[in-house]
Design a protein around this ligand. Structure first.
Ligand SMILES: O=C(O)[C@H](O)[C@@H](O)[C@H](O)[C@H](O)COP(=O)(O)O
Length: 245
C-alpha cells in the first residue's frame, strides 16, 4: 500500500517534506558519493524553496554539494523561458544559495538541440543515472504526472519499456513539446514521492485513491510501485477521498 501523509496547512506539509527529503539524502549518502534526485515542475518548485531554502531548521541540513539534480520532465523551451522547469528551479532555489561553494550539480536538457525534441530526449536519457535515490513528482488535475498524460493519444509514453526519456508532443498542458521520463526510470528509483495540494486536486484525488482508475498515470504508479510510493497532500486536496491510509 502507498503511504499518504496529510497536512492541515501548506507550511506543515513543506516542513515535513523537507524532513523526508533530508532523511532520503542521509540514506543515499551512506552508500553513495551523491544524492541523485529528479524533480518535476509546477508548484513543487515553490514547495522546495519553502522547505530547503526558507526553512531555518532544514536549510543547514541540505548537503547541496553532494546533490545531483535532474528533471523528471522538462518543457522544450530555452532555459530562461518562464515555462522552463530548470529556470523555475534556478530562480527559486539555486539563485538563493548565496554561497557559490554550496551549489548542487544541476542537469538541464541540452537546449542547443531545441527543435530536435527526439534528440533532446535521447541525450537526456543517456545523461541520467540509472538509479535515482528519490523522484519528486506533482499530480495534474487530469491525473498526469511528469509529462505522462492520460488518454489514447499519449499512451505511447506510458507504454514505453525501453527508452528512459521520451518526447511528449501535443501536451494537453502547455507548452506543447516536452520531454519526460518513462516508467522504467520510476521502476529503478528507490523512492517515488508525490506532492498534491489545493482544491483543484479534489476530484482527481478521489479517482486516484477511491476509484483507483489505473488509466490515470498517477493511479497506475500507485498500483505498480506501491511500497516505494509516498504522497504528501493537504486536507483541501483530500476532502473527497473516502479511503483511509
Ligand atoms: O512540468 C510540469 O508540467 C510537470 O512536471 C507536471 O507533471 C506537474 O508536476 C503537474 O502538472 C502538477 O503541477 P502543479 O503542482 O503545478 O499542479
Amino acid at each position: 500500500m502507498v503511504t499518504v501523509n496529510k497536512f492541515s496547512s501548506s507550511d506543515k506539509l513543506a516542513h515535513e517534506l523537507g524532513e523526508y527529503i533530508i532523511s532520503k539524502q542521509e540514506i543515499a549518502l551512506e552508500h553513495s558519493m551523491f544524492f541523485q534526485i529528479a524533480i518535476s515542475g509546477g508548484s513543487l518548485t515553490k514547495v522546495l524553496q519553502k522547505c530547503l531554502i526558507d526553512d531555518p531548521e532544514l536549510a543547514p541540513k541540505v548537503k547541496w554539494t553532494q546533490w545531483k539534480v535532474f528533471f523528471v520532465d522538462e518543457r522544450c523551451v530555452p532555459l530562461d523561458d518562464p515555462d522552463s522547469n530548470y529556470g523555475a528551479f534556478k530562480s527559486l532555489v539555486l539563485d538563493r544559495l548565496t554561497n557559490n561553494g554550496t551549489r548542487p550539480s544541476v542537469h538541464p536538457i541540452n537546449v542547443k538541440l531545441l527543435g530536435q525534441n527526439e534528440a533532446i530526449a535521447k541525450e537526456y536519457g543517456e545523461l541520467m543515472p540509472k538509479e535515482f535515490h528519490l523522484l519528486l513528482l506533482g499530480c495534474g488535475p487530469d491525473g498526469h504526472t511528469c509529462s505522462l498524460f492520460p488518454g489514447e493519444k499519449h499512451r505511447y509514453l506510458i507504454n514505453e519499456t525501453e527508452r528512459r526519456v521520451m518526447w511528449c508532443h501535443d501536451s494537453p498542458k502547455p507548452p506543447s513539446d516536452r520531454v519526460t521520463v518513462t516508467l522504467p526510470v520510476l521502476a529503478d528509483a528507490d523512492f517515488i514521492t508525490f506532492v498534491a495540494e489545493g482544491a483543484s486536486k479534489q476530484d482527481i484525488m478521489q479517482e486516484i485513491f477511491d476509484t483507483k482508475n489505473i488509466k490515470l498515470p498517477c493511479a497506475l504508479i500507485n498500483n505498480k510501485f506501491d511500497k516505494k510510493v509516498t504522497w504528501f497532500v493537504n486536507d483541501e486536496a483530500f476532502t473527497k477521498v473516502k479511503s483511509t491510509f
